[in-house]
Design a protein around this ligand. Structure first.
Ligand SMILES: C[S@@+](CC[C@H](N)C(=O)[O-])C[C@H]1O[C@@H](n2cnc3c(N)ncnc32)[C@H](O)[C@@H]1O
Length: 413
């Protein structure tokens, strides 16, 4: 077994509580690819154990600060902790066999590099590091045992390790069925009283944006809030769901009673699923879809004088690196301004950013400037992150990437 010795800055960072150590901060190392190694100080004392990467700049991901070597029991407890958290949040009810949620959230769950999502009786996993590749089958066995104990049997397992993050680790992209086959790619799953289509093989992420689940539920409440604050009857509400993907923000709003929901996305296959989902949930009369480039389309709608009582803006990450941040701020700013311009006074805006590099303060700055540019007074009602099955660790800020603001434009006095 190899080991890594931390000296100077690397050691100081580790002792200050950092969970990730970059290659430039390593002292001596003879650790192999994806190896679980002891992290030593200059006297040879064990400071903890970490998973090592040979190809990434992010060389060490700490697993424990105990000198004791993690064994099978240690990992079984980690996996069990993930399941307990999801069960506690009500996501693992055996009576809901087609439920979906994130079961393992990688570093935030103490299982670096490994993400596992559940869609009914299927799992989709993604390995983002050498270590996750190595430990995949071992951790998967522990997970399957924990699910079986809870009465959840898994018929299909897809390894969709095709995320871009693998490029930073010099790892090849792969898509392979570990159990079942490609005939299991398409299925209908349940979320908050909705049933919706997921394509595990070609859908975004592992097939669906599980991280916005709680925010979708919160946004649907706004339809009733329009009524409560005397703005309009819920059944008269008009909702614009921009960057809709499968249309779940819009679908829940329609279920909450909105008269008209328009979903916009550039993906034709997402559009097909929007219509399929609307049918499946009995809201086909209220929901429609248009395939557009939203960045151009919203300007056209503003020029045409369109008005929407609730506007939802959930764009893809505009800032994938710090370098992209200035352009991203301009993009978000323009988008949010258009959103405000499309609402009558008293309307609600739901504005999200999933760019980790766009920090909450900068996000609120952009939102504030957009409201000023649109010449509206806006009240921030709340700001939330990802759903509870996507844990956030304070010592790994990268795990806290999603911001979703709920804003109301001041009504006419
Ligand atoms: C973060 S996802 C939206 C998730 C969705 N709101 C949900 O709750 O599941 C971003 C979406 O934006 C779409 N998209 C990206 N660029 C676009 C553009 N210029 N115009 C329209 N849609 C775009 C993608 O196809 C993707 O579905």
């Amino acid at each position: 077994m190899g080991s890594v010795t931390l000296l100077g800055r690397g050691r100081r960072k580790l002792l200050a509580g950092e969970a990730w150590i970059f290659r430039g901060d390593l002292g001596k190392s003879d650790a192999g690819p994806g190896e679980l190694v002891p992290v030593l100080d200059q006297d040879g004392d064990v400071l903890g154990w970490a998973l090592h990467s040979t190809s990434s700049k992010l060389a060490l991901r700490m697993v424990t600060r105990s000198p004791e070597q993690p064994n099978r029991e240690f990992w079984a407890r980690r996996v069990e902790r993930c399941l307990e958290a999801r069960a506690g949040a009500g996501y693992l009810d055996a009576l809901q066999p087609m439920a979906a949620c994130r079961l393992i959230g990688g570093d935030a769950d103490g299982l670096p590099g490994l993400v596992v999502d559940r869609y009914g009786d299927r799992l989709v996993l993604q390995c983002g590091t050498e270590a996750a590749d190595k430990m995949r089958d071992f951790l998967l066995d522990l997970l399957l045992a924990g699910l079986a104990e809870r009465g959840i049997e898994i018929a299909g397992i897809l390894d969709r390790s095709d995320a871009k993050v693998r490029e930073h680790e010099n790892l090849d992209s792969r898509i392979e069925w570990l159990r079942g086959d490609a005939s299991m790619e398409k299925l209908m799953v349940d979320e908050d009283g909705l049933t919706f289509a997921v394509d595990l093989g070609t859908g975004h992420k592992t097939g669906h944006y599980l991280d916005q689940r709680d925010n979708r539920r919160r946004a649907a409440v706004l339809v009733q809030d329009l009524g409560k604050c005397g703005f309009c009857k819920p059944e008269d509400a008009r909702v614009l769901d921009v960057f809709s993907y499968d249309g779940l923000f819009g679908m829940l709003a329609a279920q909450a009673g909105a008269k008209r929901v328009l979903c916009l996305d550039q993906s034709a296959s997402a559009g097909e699923r929007v219509l399929q989902n609307a049918q499946a949930n009995g809201v086909a009369d209220q929901v429609s879809f248009e395939k557009v480039n939203a960045m151009h389309d919203l300007g056209r709608r503003v020029d045409a004088g369109e008005e929407w009582d609730i506007v939802i803006l959930d764009p893809p990450a505009f800032a994938r690196s710090k370098r992209e941040l200035p352009g991203a701020k301009r993009g978000y700013g323009e988008l949010f301004r258009r959103g405000f311009q499309l609402m009558p006074k008293g309307g609600f805006l739901v504005a999200a950013s999933c760019s980790y590099n766009m920090k909450p303060e900068a996000f609120l700055d952009v939102l504030t400037k957009a409201a000023r540019d649109a010449k509206v007074i806006a009240h921030l009602l709340d700001i939330h992150g990802a759903s509870v099955d996507h844990p956030r660790r304070l010592d790994i800020p990268e795990t806290d990437y999603l911001k979703c603001a709920f804003v109301r434009v001041e009504p006419k006095s």
